[in-house]
Design a protein around this ligand. Structure first.
Ligand code: PEP
Ligand code: MG
Length: 753
């Protein structure tokens, strides 16, 4: 049997009338506190609102000295009211003066009152203020009264969030919701994002708070819950998650929570108290979010997170929104707790200026994709979702990791300058798009792209690059929920070749293992994954996977040129083995009547130092090599490429590494084998200068590096620099460093780097 909760219903009905009346903001607040006091038979009802300076100001009161309104205030954490705001928890106590947090405010005259009930006004888990009732007689308030006050507090929180109370306080200090906040996160993808917040999973704004018919709303809530449970069951029975694994445990937990009686009961109670089903879900979600934000235990946080997710799904069910992505406004900065790579690709990328995530690290797929698209990303931005509203101004610094919410004008100006500068530079690079990449003294240099997603392909046209020097095929596998099938791979590669037209494309076979984990493949934990069972090693041990990929590549390249290169080659023997597999695949496909590639070239990446002592042998059996300095440097210097501590310790422009790179380019000349270089250093103008000086004439780099490297090249006399650098390479390392010499050379001649 449902308990007839009449008090709260009557109060909500009254509040609805007050909200609808044409009153000024202060008058509306005064009427609200009077109505609450009358309904709850309390002598006092007061409303404190959190200001931008972290002070709770008395905004309205029935019962306390009227002179104290807008005069009396408490810091967050100070007194009972401050404590409620800090902890986001209600306090219900018969004798307030007995509570250790009690702070006496003489101007209010509250010493006359004994019992005290205060609740936070929550929005997305944050306290925007505190609502209090007090009585002279010592009494503990009933659960039903607590519920009624909490429901009123939620409605007041919506009023604050809607901006209705702005300007009411006489000192001109804004409310907490409008203040500038700087969060320090982790920089994950370069660039400055400047624009307006778009919440990825928008807190559905519940505008319809009061129900007309509680029974009907209970029905709606139950129907939505049923639909939610069915959708979770569906997910669980879908092929791609049907297997065991962590993802399945997560979904099982979801199923359990969707049936959680306590959760459902709390929502139903809120409906019985007069809220619509949506508002009831939001009220319970608010309490949850408040607990989540203040919960240090990661396990419990995780569980509360699940509830939060479910509540959002439930709201979407109720409001008929099923995750449809709406059109983005201009200059959107997407803010999310976490996000899948595919979800980012669903947006219209033209308008995205940045992404801010609470979770995600450098190897998260969404980050890999954002980087490929040149979108700035900051991760680990704690509680950012709860601190912003859709449309808020935001600036993110993907180089430094800062996020500025509702920034002060000077921050905005500084970043606007930076952004304008960047745009001017980009326009300059765009103008150079068709200028041949030739040095001042006439050396032609190939500038190609490192890419890996369909979304990258337009960059080929935009940058005017000579081709794709490194197509990281594993990215398609990493952003997919299941292993891409042969036909999917084939279609994807064909699309890449179509987009490239006459320009060459070098496909690298799967470089998985190590830190590149595929969610749907069994993952073996290794002590040193970078030195472990990865790339070509894994491919040769599990030839099925590689065969499918090679077959897809050969089929996609029917009638066209095909270039394939192999990652992490350690011994020349491995190339021979792959060549045998490719020959066999070609024969088979030919037998079945497939059209064959017009030409075929096989290359090896030089990423493992052991190849330095097999250069001639290797170059005799491949058509080209590509130097992967990211890995080659980490293995040569025994210095983890992902370790921040090691980031600036050793220099890729140091003599030992440059001597090594020179040996490779010399071996290429000796063997008449093409040598290209596709590590990150190729995209840094100063490092590229050094590489040109020691003989490299072909590079592959991220699309955003093409412009800066070409600018440098056009101003450089390579022969003159080569003389200097080759001499320096012969010297011991106690003199001038190569980096210093290159910097001086560039500065003296005005070469941009
Ligand atoms: C490299 O190692 O230099 C390289 C280009 O490959 P990846 O960065 O994909 O390991
Ligand atoms: Mg590599």
């Amino acid at each position: 049997m449902r308990s007839p909760v009449t008090g709260p219903r009557v109060l909500l009905k009254r509040l609805r009338e007050v909200m609808a009346e044409p009153l000024g903001a202060q008058q509306r607040l005064d009427t609200i506190v009077q109505s609450i006091a009358a309904n709850m038979v309390a002598e006092v009802c007061s409303l404190y609102v959190l200001r931008a300076d972290n002070v709770l100001e008395l905004f309205a009161s029935q019962g306390l000295n009227p002179e104290a309104v807008h005069q009396s205030s408490l810091m967050v954490g100070q007194g009972l009211v401050g404590r409620i705001a800090a902890t986001a928890r209600a306090i219900n106590i018969a004798d307030a003066k007995e509570h250790p947090s009690f702070a006496y405010l003489p101007e209010t005259g509250e010493e006359n009152y004994s019992s005290f009930l205060g609740v936070p006004m929550l929005r997305a888990g944050r306290s925007l203020g505190v609502l209090v009732v007090q009585n002279r007689a010592a009494k503990q308030y009933h659960e039903e009264e607590v519920e009624a006050l909490e429901t009123s507090a939620m409605i007041l929180a919506e009023l604050i969030a809607a901006g209705e109370l702005e300007g009411l306080n006489e000192r001109g200090i804004g409310l907490d919701l409008t203040k500038s906040v700087t969060l320090e996160g982790v920089p994950l993808s370069d660039g400055v994002g400047f624009g307006n917040v778009v919440l990825h999973d928008p807190r559905v704004v519940v505008t319809n708070l009061f129900n007309e018919d509680a029974d009907r709303e209970i029905e709606r809530l139950r129907a939505a819950l049923t639909a939610l449970r069915i959708s979770i069951d569906d997910m669980l029975s879908r092929g791609d998650v049907a297997g065991d694994g962590e993802h399945r445990d997560v979904l099982e937990a979801y199923r359990m929570f969707a049936n959680d009686r306590g959760w459902v009961r709390r929502m139903e109670e809120a409906v019985l108290n007069g809220l619509t089903a949506e508002a009831a879900v939001e009220k319970v979600q608010n309490d949850n979010a408040a607990r989540l934000m203040r919960q240090p235990d990661p396990y419990i946080r995780e569980r509360l997170n699940d509830f939060d997710d479910l509540a959002r799904r439930l709201l979407r069910q109720l409001m008929g929104r099923h995750g449809l992505v709406e059109k983005l406004p201009d200059n959107a900065v997407i803010v999310a707790r976490s996000m899948g790579a595919a979800e980012l690709l669903d947006y219209d990328r033209e308008n995205i200026r940045g992404v801010v995530l609470e979770e995600a690290g450098p190897t998260s797929h969404v980050v890999i994709v954002a980087r490929a698209l040149g979108i700035a990303v900051v991760g680990q931005a704690q509680n950012v979702v709860a601190r912003v509203e859709n449309g808020d101004k935001i600036v993110i610094d993907g180089d430094g990791g800062s996020v500025f919410l509702r920034p002060q004008p000077d921050v905005e100006e500084a970043y606007a300058d930076k952004e304008n500068f960047r745009i001017t530079r980009l326009a300059h690079y765009a103008r150079m798009r068709d200028v041949p990449a030739t040095s001042k003294d006439g050396h032609s240099v190939a500038l190609m792209l490192n890419v890996g997603l369909g979304a990258d392909l337009p960059q080929l046209e935009e940058t005017g690059a000579d081709g794709i020097g490194l197509f990281r095929t594993e990215l398609q596998f990493m952003v997919s929920a299941t292993l891409p099938r042969l036909d999917e791979q084939e279609a994807f590669y064909r699309n890449v070749l179509d987009a490239a037209g006459d320009k060459p494309v070098i496909f690298r076979t799967l470089d998985i293992g190590g830190d590149k984990v595929l969610p749907y493949m069994q993952h073996i934990s290794e002590e040193n994954p970078a030195l472990g069972w990865r790339a070509i090693r894994l491919a040769l041990d599990r030839p099925g996977l590689m065969r499918v990929q090679l077959r897809a590549l050969i089929r996609a390249a029917g009638g066209r040129d095909l270039q394939i290169m192999l990652p992490m080659v350690t011994e020349a023997r491995e190339v021979r083995e792959v060549r045998r597999i490719i020959d066999k695949e070609m024969r088979l496909l030919k037998q079945f009547g497939h059209s064959m590639p017009k030409s075929f070239r096989l290359g090896a990446m030089i990423e493992v130092p052991s190849l330095l002592w097999q250069l001639d042998e290797l170059m005799q059996i491949v058509d080209f090599v590509s130097v992967g300095t990211n890995d080659l440097f980490q293995f040569t210097m025994a210095s983890d490429r992902g370790n921040q501590q090691m980031a600036n310790r050793y220099d890729a422009l140091s003599r030992p590494f440059m001597r090594m790179l020179r040996e490779i380019v010399e071996a290429g000349k000796r063997n008449n084998t093409d040598v290209t270089l596709c590590g990150e250093i190729a995209g840094r103008p100063l490092a590229a200068m050094g590489l040109l000086a020691i003989g490299y004439r072909s590079f592959s780099m991220s699309p955003s590096a093409i412009g800066p490297v070409k600018s440098m090249l056009l101003a450089l006399n390579i022969d003159r620099l080569a003389e200097l650098v080759l001499n320096l390479l012969l010297e011991p390392s106690n003199g001038q460093t190569l980096r210093e010499a290159l910097t001086d050379f560039a500065d003296e001649r005005g070469i941009p780097y």
